[in-house]
Design a protein around this ligand. Structure first.
Ligand code: PMP
Length: 396
């Protein structure tokens, strides 16, 4: 390897370690679940996005196995050549019904969905107005589009109005407002009805990335549009299957025209191979399970109520979350890393998150609650959090 590059990378890695920002990547030796095995030991899993336990649900696993037997393992091609199988079409139809949208298109991941949709719709003549805390994949999608990117303060409608006024004055071809639905590091929800009203006033397109709302918000986990009863009023709704649905893949929902256009123009759809039959079949099953029953969604929200209330009573700051995402605010990145390491010693797998994923000085342990957690699991965790919180003098 080029010596200069090697030295620079070493230096950067050293910097990350010194600042407590180096990711210590854990390896799981078991399936996803309430408990996972790491280095031969059982740990309470407090950091997966497997909100409903579908990643290892027997019916979902079985659907994937059957698809492998029937269709094999690989997609063979991109969707626009020979990669579209009847399974892809079945998923897109079922998903549209589930989300009460006109149509949907699926991609290889949620990240890819943003990289696919934003540059297909927006270009150099346009302005995108983006929430300051939007996910990296939205940011990258905006950059790829070549549009003029303007930032509004997080979930702040006055700031958004100011940007919309300025954008209208600058007279671009199109204006888009783009936001996460649920903010993955804080667990708060974007004020979508007000954003839709504002966008209408300024004739702007609205796009929401519902990665953490899919399977979590709305009736039966239909997502943020259903949660606010905004069906037909949000131009583009992005989703991922890798979180509550427990599988892998991403999607966009919207009008038939939008979806037909994306099938022609979205580059990851045209130039990266289709999702595998196993993944698609598993996602179909996940949608069917949610459609039939919302028991898992209810259990998830019940766990949220119990755990967050007891953490607050214990003196922890869980920020402004209103969803099962539970940020345990610590502040200093090194203390957060220490907290996480102590949790691991005590049997809990919960990672610390620092800059650049969250702003400097706002490091935290991000607890991801799941319907798979039992009441005993939550009590076990509360005891350990309290013990370590006192040790590190974060609570009394
Ligand atoms: N968008 C948001 C808001 C997310 O939180 C994530 C996952 N971190 C993604 C997109 C990416 O989804 P996927 O893992 O399916 O690529």
């Amino acid at each position: 390897m080029n010596k200069n590059l090697q030295d620079r990378l070493q230096e950067e890695l050293e910097n990350l370690r010194e600042q407590g920002l180096y990711n210590n990547i854990q390896t799981l030796e078991s399936p996803q679940g309430a408990w996972v095995e790491i280095e031969g030991q059982e740990k309470l899993n407090f950091c997966s996005n497997n909100y409903l336990g579908l990643a290892n649900h027997p019916e979902v696993v079985n659907a994937a196995q059957r698809a492998v037997e029937q269709y094999g393992v690989g997609p063979g091609a991109v969707r626009t050549i020979a990669g579209t199988m009847e399974l892809h079409r079945e998923l897109e139809k079922k998903l549209a019904e589930f989300k009460k949208a006109e149509a949907t298109i699926t991609f290889q991941s949620g990240f890819n969905a943003n990289l696919a949709v934003i540059p297909a719709i927006m270009n150099k003549q346009d302005i995108i107005i983006s929430d300051e805390l939007n996910h990296a994949s939205i940011i990258d999608g905006c950059r790829l589009s070549g549009a003029d990117i303007r930032i509004y303060q997080h979930a702040d409608l006055d700031s958004l109005r100011e940007q919309l006024e300025q954008a209208r004055e600058d007279d671009p071809d199109k204006i888009m407002v783009v936001t996460d639905g649920v903010f993955s590091m804080d667990g708060d929800i974007t004020p979508l009805p007000e954003i839709v009203d504002l966008a209408r006033e300024f004739d702007a397109i609205v796009m929401v990335d519902d990665a953490h709302g899919e399977g979590v918000l709305g009736s039966h986990g239909r997502g943020i549009v259903d949660h606010f009863e905004l069906h037909g009023q949000v131009d583009i709704e992005i989703g991922t299957f890798s979180k509550a649905f427990g599988t892998m893949g991403g999607c966009a929902a919207g009008s038939k025209t939008l979806i037909e256009y994306l099938e022609q123009q979205a580059r990851p759809f045209l130039f990266s191979s289709a999702v595998t039959p196993a993944d698609v079949a598993a996602t179909i099953k996940a949608v069917e399970i949610l459609q039939q029953d919302d028991e898992l969604v209810q259990k998830l929200w019940n766990n949220k109520e119990i755990f967050q209330e007891k953490m607050k009573q214990a003196g922890f700051d869980v920020g402004k979350t209103v969803t099962p995402i539970t940020p345990v605010m610590i502040g200093d990145a090194k203390t957060a890393q220490k907290f996480s390491a102590r949790l691991m010693e005590e049997g809990i797998f919960a990672t610390s998150i620092g800059f650049p994923t969250v702003p400097r000085g706002k490091a935290r342990i991000r607890v991801m609650l799941s319907a798979t957690h039992s009441q005993d699991d939550l009590e076990f965790a509360l005891d350990k959090f309290k013990k370590i919180g006192r040790e590190l003098e974060l609570i009394e």
